[in-house]
Design a protein. Structure first.
Length: 116
């Protein structure tokens, strides 16, 4: 099993920045990829960023490319999401995810609110 705990959400003005962090524990050596999803009110959860652990390749949703950056600290077993130039449409609950043995795990989520 993999446990994920997010932190760093909050309220920010449009064009501002926030940094989210995700701490992984449990069967971390079985994790193949980690990433971030978000869910806005009334919308489906969508993938925002993803990183393959072996090799470090990353992938981003088109809507956040050039503004969001995902990074991993292999010693601390954390995955961060640096979010710059935030827009009101970036608001929602952000969930950390980890793919291990064909199963995708999620954390409890952290709220991001962007005021215009």
């Amino acid at each position: 099993q993999v446990q994920l705990v997010e932190s760093g959400g909050g309220l920010v003005q449009a064009r501002g920045s926030l940094r989210l962090s995700c701490a992984a524990s449990g069967s971390i050596f079985s994790i193949d990829a980690m990433g971030w999803y978000r869910q806005a009110p009334g919308k489906q959860r969508e993938s925002v960023a993803r990183m393959v652990i072996k090799g470090g390749s990353t992938d981003y949703a088109y809507s956040v490319k050039g503004r969001f950056t995902v990074s991993r600290d292999n010693v601390k077993n954390t995955l961060d999401l640096q979010m710059n130039s935030l827009k009101p449409e970036d608001r929602g609950v952000y969930y950390c995810s980890a793919e291990a043995n064909g199963v995708r795990h999620f954390g409890q989520g952290t709220q991001v609110t962007v005021s215009s």
